[in-house]
Design a protein around this ligand. Structure first.
Ligand SMILES: [Zn+2]
Length: 259
């Protein structure tokens, strides 16, 4: 490892769970940031700073003034620009030694498989149920872990889905409990889509932590558990998730069903 690289990452190389070998491992990893809004802005910065070798950032949107309270990768100078452009510039300034691939595309059935070429893990940065369902099915097809994060107002929730060793996203959304139906149910829009930037930040930070743990195979991943955090009260609850044997996404009997 070149001296400059060792110096850049010295504070995490000192961690026995990472060390030089872990740092080299991260350099060889490729992660898809699926959406570069409030969640993707912060998770991508931590992954870039940590030295994940290749970040693919996908988003179809442009930067708007009302994004700036939470989407901290973008700035006033980027208004009207594609989010992936401003994001890749900012991430490149943070760490010029990693590869960043901006892809301006809507994540849908047609684009997702191309985005996952060579990818090791997906970080959820999107804001709606249908796109997460597409990500879930693709993660199952490609046998890839993905880190779910959802935010609204002062509240957030997070879980990690690892095909073969955990429930999947659809196992829990087919059953309204434990997720709030109005926050997650397809075809419904939340009554109030207000959000504090720090809400997205706290969930995105946990997503980055989970992503790094899974990439390094350290610690205990947040699988089969859903954490919900209320920012207003700082009440944190953990719900144990159990597989849905009728799940249209991951149950063995569902293999031939439509996506
Ligand atoms: Zn499932």
């Amino acid at each position: 490892m070149p001296p400059k690289t060792r110096e850049r990452y010295t504070r995490q190389i000192k961690l026995p769970q990472i060390g030089l070998s872990g740092q080299e491992k991260l350099a060889g990893k490729r992660v898809l940031i699926a959406g570069i809004g409030g969640l993707g802005s912060l998770s991508s910065m931590y992954l870039a700073a940590a030295g994940v070798g290749h970040l693919i950032i996908a988003d179809h949107d442009q930067v708007e003034l009302s994004n700036l309270n939470r989407q901290i990768l973008h700035s006033e100078a980027n208004l009207g620009d594609p989010k992936v452009t401003s994001a890749s510039q900012r991430l490149g300034q943070l760490n010029s030694t990693i590869q960043i691939t901006p892809v301006q595309v809507r994540i849908d059935h047609g684009s997702i498989d191309g985005l996952l070429e060579g990818v090791d893990l997906i970080v959820d940065g999107c804001d709606n149920y249908p796109t997460r369902r597409i990500i879930n099915r693709a993660a199952l097809r490609h046998n890839l872990p993905w880190i779910f994060g959802g935010v609204r107002g002062f509240d957030g929730m997070i879980s990690s889905f690892v095909p073969g060793s955990s429930v999947c996203f659809e196992c829990i959304i087919q059953n309204p409990d434990p997720l709030e139906p109005e926050a997650i149910k397809p075809g419904t829009s939340p009554p109030n889509n207000g959000i504090l930037g720090a809400t997205a930040g706290m969930i995105a930070s946990i997503q980055a932590m989970e992503a790094l743990k899974l990439l390094l195979t350290i610690g205990s991943p947040l699988t089969n558990r859903l954490i919900r955090i209320s920012g207003l009260t700082m009440r944190i609850t953990t719900t144990t998730l159990t597989p849905n044997l009728e799940c249209k996404g991951c149950a063995p009997s569902s293999k031939d069903k439509d996506i």
